[in-house]
Design a protein around this ligand. Structure first.
Ligand SMILES: [Fe+2]
Length: 428
């Protein structure tokens, strides 16, 4: 078992009760996210990276069924043995997963059947959490906690995937009505210094952390400075209007090639209507909020912007050192804006948590001494440490209790459908 999955809590009844409440809350939360959906919305897949909402609902249940109920609850009978193929995502040491780009073809099982699957899994998980023998508890509790964190990751994916799904429909439907964002006028960027020195990086060991946040280790940093807030839509518009997408000198070679192929000329979901920029939100099409952080840019666009601005992207270590010690608060999913909004706080370093995942310049690589956890759950993170980049800080659709300073998200540099934005850094 990886150090990230070790328990700090005793196997007291109160700890079980707390975990049960958390289980019920997080499982219900996934279904609440789907409340605004019509049945027709549940099955659509618009690209290989996007999964249908009903697949997310089933896959997160499969995780509990596969890693907890079947191995640990003797009385549990598999809900439907065929689901193991359909809803295994990528655990090749377990079984052969169904083709990812074809998830949108799964008109069956129906949405109603998937909700029945979820209910059956929840009923059995209630029994397991309540009645598991103490000698089993040390083994199952870390897996339950992992399953709940996994479900929260899929909650975020459900929302980003639904945004992509609705954005492909010429009607540009709303996911639901959103509260109007606060209309602050943001101030100019100031620069927050990171002193040259040796710093501890990685999870401190208190509370849950994924294996990729371990082990904690030391990193030597040169003197640098981080921008006080992310780049806004207004600032990104200046880059566009200055020919940023037409100047190869600003671009990494792979990024230039890709934007030529796909004719990128603005962030994903931006549309020009009567000479005004609009963009797709989960509340439908809206005029561009110039003061809000720019989002839905690839790492290539982020790097090109930084180059244009005479800056660079921060490393994940500079980001973590700057943010450690700040309270975990911001425009996360609990604010319910479900889109990035203009900075409103006056702290030195603003919008570190929430609003947009911040691209870093760091490759998603194992920390020194990292070991892939034993067993099938070892496939969770480690095998993806190739050709991807680290993003930090969470977004406006990240659950508020799911983010921390050591959290390492990762996507390919080309990816744009996540709520990814830009914070600049500079050498001193
Ligand atoms: Fe998953």
């Amino acid at each position: 078992m990886p150090s990230s999955l070790k328990l700090d809590e005793p196997t007291a009844p109160a700890a079980r009760e707390a975990l049960l409440l958390k289980y019920e809350h997080i499982r219900q939360d996934s279904e609440l996210i789907c409340t605004p959906l019509e049945t027709e919305d549940y099955g659509i897949q618009t690209m290989p990276d996007v999964s249908p909402a009903k697949w997310h609902l089933a896959h997160t249940s499969w995780f509990f069924e596969t890693f907890l109920l079947l191995p640990f609850l003797n009385t549990y009978r598999c809900f439907d043995a065929r689901y193991d193929h359909l809803f295994n995502s990528y655990y090749l040491t377990h079984s052969q997963p169904f083709s990812r780009p074809s998830r949108g073809l799964l008109s069956r099982p129906t949405v109603a059947e998937i909700y029945r699957y979820r209910a059956a899994v929840d009923e059995a998980m209630l029994e397991l959490i309540t009645n598991a023998a103490d000698r089993q508890w040390q083994e199952i509790e870390p897996l339950i906690v992992l399953g709940l964190n996994h479900e929260q990751q899929h909650q975020e994916l459900m929302l980003t995937d639904l945004k992509h799904i609705f954005a492909q429909n010429p009607l540009r439907p709303q996911y639901r009505d959103l509260s109007p964002p606060p209309l602050h006028e943001v101030t100019g960027i100031s620069w927050i210094t990171v002193d040259k020195g040796t710093y501890d990086i990685g999870h401190s060991g208190t509370g849950f952390g994924y294996d990729n946040e371990y082990p904690r280790h030391q990193v030597l940093l040169q003197a640098s400075a981080l921008a006080s807030r992310p780049v806004t839509n207004a600032e990104y518009l200046e880059f566009i209007n200055d020919g940023g997408y037409k100047n190869p000198a600003l671009w990494l070679s792979d990024g230039w090639a890709l934007q030529q192929i796909h004719a990128w000329h603005a962030p994903l979901y931006w549309e020009k209507r009567d000479r005004e920029w609009w963009y797709m939100t989960l509340g439908g099409m809206r005029p561009l909020d110039l003061n809000a952080p720019v989002c839905h840019v690839s790492q290539y666009e982020a790097a090109a912007y930084a180059s244009w601005a005479g800056s660079r992207l921060p490393t994940e270590f500079e980001w973590e050192v700057s943010v450690s010690g700040l309270p975990v608060q911001g425009n996360l999913r609990n604010t319910d804006y479900l889109q990035p909004v203009a900075a409103s706080d006056s702290s030195l370093l603003q919008q570190c948590y929430g609003d947009v995942w911040e691209w870093t310049a760091s490759a998603y690589a194992p920390y020194p001494g990292y070991r892939i956890p034993e067993g099938t759950v070892g496939e969770y993170n480690g095998k993806f440490m190739s050709s991807q980049a680290v993003l930090r800080g969470g977004s406006c659709v990240t659950p508020a209790d799911h983010i921390r300073s050591s959290y390492r998200n990762f996507f390919y540099p080309k990816d744009r459908w996540q709520i990814s934005g830009i914070r600049l850094a500079r050498d001193l």
